[in-house]
Design a protein around this ligand. Structure first.
Ligand code: ADP
Ligand code: ZN
Length: 610
């Protein structure tokens, strides 16, 4: 499928063209039109020519004297002097007094050329540019005037290369529920015979980069129907009144092309809950757009063959009117991929690149825990780029592993200089995390530790790898996790007796987790199973809203501190007990900068059998 795009050129590009035209005009055209081949000579030469009786026609003006030679072939020009006898002498030499040069260009023409023409050029270009602007903003090709344009809903031209369900790896549940839509689009009679009707709208719900757009395209690809796509944010972009007319337009186009798929990305941009008081400005505009969308959705008959798919990562912020039966009444969750899903996505994208024989996608998938489909696609691409940079023709396992870190942690900062002291502190800090993790039986083993600074600002990090995806975490596992977070700072304290700013992210993570345990997971004795916080927005990291009295709030804060403190102490005692191994591991990491989980476990168990 090919998306038709308007070429976007920066405004400065058009300005440059106009400036060039104006300059050319002034430098070349204007002088050519007014005075053609006039030779400027000195007054002396003029005098000499009079004496030689070689002056043909002469025209004396206040600012210049124009004259020709006897043959009239060349026009000369000179500056006038205070010369009272000039006229007499000229007369004597037989020169004729008359206009030497016909004004080659009438005043009206010169006015037109120098003033009106440039203005016309400017106006034409201006019109052209503003049209471009409207198109870019969504006015569309046929826009007649501001606010009355056709929308720039993009129609994807079908081709055999269309995206199919096979291209979307993992997401089996989502595919299953969308397969019904495909079947319906293939033969709608089957459904109407029974009296069943397809939902008009289906909401794809999930975090960014999980393949929602891909799934929508795949439905169109599988059903072999046209695909219209527009983003919610485009509706509310520019001119007042445009959003609603765009919606109207979108639906009239879609109805013409039915059966078809209409895909609205980021529907939360228009579909947010309407304010009760009635807003001003942009808010008002958004509500008009939303109302139009609701009207259109109610307006068309069921079974017209127009299926609207919409994507959002904030389903709870949508206006209830949108999610009501008859509108977007079906929800398809599109979640982050699990281990098997990640492996499948890696394999799908690896089809496009050349990989070495020994590449192990399972290991890569394991290391990329928490990555979205888009990130995994990016990892494959980064690995391919890395292979090219090092002059190889195939992508190796090392390329893939390195690019995980690139995508997840930012590019390696090769030239960032850490002083030796700092590097040692970072080494101890990271080993602190790893050792605490490894010593608590419930913590995931360590995969890789590195103290090569990254552009993301992390000075080093410990990559823990879950052996499988975990959906349920026990209280003690969560506590161990907190202890692991505090392990870095604990190592600094135990070894150097002095603390640094390096633990700021750890502190944040530990606090978040401890807080959630108390307020949301019901893991403290005092509050039992009472929800102290409710999560508003779980797909964007979760903004928790407090649901308790200020007094309880204080109590919660105290509990959080207590919990973290207990785990911090635990981490410290683990490190003190294993001081010898801590030193050994930290030294080793300091030397090598990057150590693998295997090397780590070797050293750890090597010292075990005393
Ligand atoms: P969303 O719409 O959910 O934000 P997209 O559909 O735009 O995500 O996905 C972005 C890119 O990520 C896709 O073009 C594709 O390359 C990759 N991707 C995401 N999920 C998957 C998946 N399940 N299988 C294969 N590729 C995926
Ligand atoms: Zn840390």
């Amino acid at each position: 499928m090919k998306e038709v795009k308007n070429p976007k050129k920066p405004l400065i590009y058009y300005y440059c063209i106009v400036m060039a035209i104006v300059l050319l005009f002034n430098i070349f055209i204007t002088p050519m039109l007014t005075h053609s081949q006039v030779v400027e000579v000195s007054y002396d030469t003029f005098m000499d020519m009079i004496d030689e009786e070689n002056v043909g026609v002469v025209q004396v003006e206040d600012t210049e004297i124009l004259f020709t030679d006897r043959d009239g072939a060349v026009v000369y020009k000179t500056a006038p002097m205070n010369d009272p006898t000039l006229t007499e002498r000229l007369h004597d030499s037989g020169a004729e007094f008359m206009r030497v040069i016909e004004e080659p260009i009438s005043p009206i023409w010169s006015f037109l050329l120098t003033f009106v023409l440039p203005i016309l050029i400017f106006a034409a270009l201006g019109r052209y540019m503003s049209k471009k602007l409207i198109e870019q903003a969504g006015g569309g090709k046929n826009s007649m005037a501001f606010g009355m344009g056709k929308s720039n809903v993009k129609v994807y031209v079908q081709s055999t290369k269309g995206i199919k369900f096979d291209d979307v790896a993992g997401e089996d549940e989502a595919k299953e529920s969308l397969a019904e839509v495909v079947d319906y689009l293939h033969n709608p009679q089957k459904y109407s015979e029974v009296g069943a009707s397809m939902p008009k709208g289906i909401l794809l719900v999930g975090p960014p980069g999980t393949g929602k757009t891909m799934l929508a395209k795949a439905v169109a690809g599988e059903a072999n129907v046209p695909f219209f796509s527009i983003s919610g944010s485009e509706f509310v972009e520019m001119f007042v009144g445009m959003g609603a007319s765009k919606v109207r337009d979108l639906f009239s186009q879609a109805k013409e092309k039915a059966p078809c798929i209409v895909f609205i990305d980021e529907i939360d941009a228009i579909g947010q809950k309407r304010s009760s008081g009635g807003g001003y400005g942009g808010n008002d505009e958004r509500e008009q757009t939303l109302n139009q969308l609701l009207t259109e959705m109610d307006g068309f008959e069921e079974n017209t063959g127009v299926i609207i798919l919409a994507a959002t990562n904030r389903p709870e912020s949508l206006d209830h009117a949108l999610t009501r039966p008859g509108r977007f009444d079906r929800r398809v969750p599109v979640e982050l991929p699990d281990l098997a899903g990640r492996e499948a996505i890696l394999r799908v994208h690896a089809r496009k690149i050349k990989t070495a024989q020994d590449v192990d996608f399972r290991t890569v998938a394991r290391m990329a825990a928490g990555a979205s489909g888009a990130e995994l696609a990016n990892i494959i691409n980064e690995a391919a780029l890395r292979a090219v940079r090092s002059g190889r023709t195939v992508v190796t396992q090392a390329d893939l592993e390195e690019s995980i870190e690139v995508v997840i942690a930012g590019y390696q900062k090769k030239n960032a200089i850490l002083s030796t002291d700092e590097k040692l502190v970072v080494a101890y800090h990271e080993i602190g995390h790893a050792l605490v993790a490894a010593k608590q039986t419930n913590s995931a083993p360590v995969q890789k530790i590195t103290i090569i600074p990254r552009t993301s600002g992390a000075l080093g990090y410990t990559m823990q790898v879950d052996t499988g995806d975990k959906y349920l975490l026990a209280k003690d596992e969560l506590e161990d996790k907190i202890a692991t977070y505090t392990g870095g700072r604990a190592a600094e304290e135990v070894v150097f007796g002095r603390i640094t700013t390096g633990a700021s992210n750890d502190i944040e993570q530990a606090t978040k987790l401890a807080r959630a345990m108390i307020t949301r997971y019901g893991m403290s004795e005092d509050f039992d199973m009472v929800a102290m916080e409710t999560v508003q927005n779980q797909y964007l990291g979760g903004d928790a809203a407090l649901a308790c009295s200020p007094a309880t709030q204080q109590e919660i804060d105290r509990k959080v501190v207590e919990l973290v403190k207990r785990q911090h102490e635990k981490a410290k005692s683990i490190l003190v007990e294993n001081r010898e191994k801590l030193d050994k591991l930290a030294r080793f990491l300091f030397e090598k900068e990057t150590i693998t989980g295997e090397e780590f476990m070797n050293i750890l168990s090597g010292g075990e059998n005393k």
